[in-house]
Design a protein around this ligand. Sequence first.
Ligand SMILES: NC(=O)c1ccc[n+]([C@@H]2O[C@H](COP(=O)([O-])OP(=O)(O)OC[C@H]3O[C@@H](n4cnc5c(N)ncnc54)[C@H](OP(=O)(O)O)[C@@H]3O)[C@@H](O)[C@H]2O)c1
Length: 336
Amino acid sequence: MRLLVLGGSWFVGSAVVGEARARGHDVTLFNRGLSNARPLRDVRHVSGDWEQEADLRRLAAAGPWDAVIDVAGTIPRLVRRCAEALSPVAGHYVFVSTISAYRDWPHKPVDETSTLWDAPAVDDPGRRSWDPDAYGPLKVGCELAAADVFGTDGLLIVRPHVVLGPREYVGRLPWWLRRVHRGGEILVPAPDRNIQPVDVRDLATFIVDRAESTSTGIYNVAAPQGREQFSDLIAACAEATGRAATVVWADEEWLIEQGVRQWTEIPLWRALPTAWSMSTSKAEAAGLRCRSIRETAVDTWAWMQDGGRAVDHERTAEHGISVERETALLAAWRQR
Ligand SMILES: NC(=O)c1ccc[n+]([C@@H]2O[C@H](COP(=O)([O-])OP(=O)(O)OC[C@H]3O[C@@H](n4cnc5c(N)ncnc54)[C@H](OP(=O)(O)O)[C@@H]3O)[C@@H](O)[C@H]2O)c1
């Protein structure tokens, strides 16, 4: 198959490219080449910026493709522009969206029919920096833009929950791995809180499977609900790093009273059972299989130890609690 990957060099895209190459597909990558600029064997690289119409025209001239996989689109105007430029030379558009597209997440469980945010009135906010409040509505706008051009018959939308694994740049699992490796008492909330992050390689396998079968429609992608808990994440990090984690399980309500930021200061922690209640039965029926958090942690730590370095990203700085604050909270927890 001839596959065009828009993006393809940071994290999810890189895993998609790896999976497609391993299956022998004819892969073209389109990006600026600012990150991981080393050319990949067996991959055609068209260098360009999707903000530039001339670059998109040049890209279209390198077609045709059986499918376009748009991994990283976040601005509706640009997704529409990419889709319009490529629709004459591509039969199928795959758009990687997000769980953040659902208006009621994390406050309600979500399946593929759950209500979405309204798309923003302005299809390009101008800014390109990370904005957690704008992210979900913008991704909805991107989904709609792709649908306007390719129609529902030519479009597959994949909405992943949190994605972890080698090359993760958001910095959630790398933070936990480093924290457990550092040792000492570790402040952790709610051992029995469910989690369902998906390994980037399982997500990539699913995306390439679906592209191969020219699948359309919408699929949520996450690990099975209720299979793993927060305690499994910590045990996985301990096994991966070879450290015995000395865990202090602190009460969630107490942590909230102390002003600890959920989701970022303690990465992946959300004191809501519905935060990890994404229905994945549709994707599972279509073949989604998810490895354990243990395997994800072991492989991510091995990648880090091997000198693996994720792309620099502004989101990394949001994640993790400082040593001083954790120490102070541990002392306060003991004295409460
Ligand atoms: N991480 C999570 O937990 C999570 C959860 C749910 C959904 N998602 C979704 O998963 C996707 C993650 O994508 P990723 O960042 O890992 O994708 P990626 O395709 O691996 O990386 C982003 C790519 O975009 C290229 N790029 C950036 N700006 C560009 C421009 N103006 N013109 C051309 N190329 C450009 C970058 O290369 P250059 O810099 O070299 O141009 C890079 O190749 C996102 O769509 C996100 O919404 C992530």
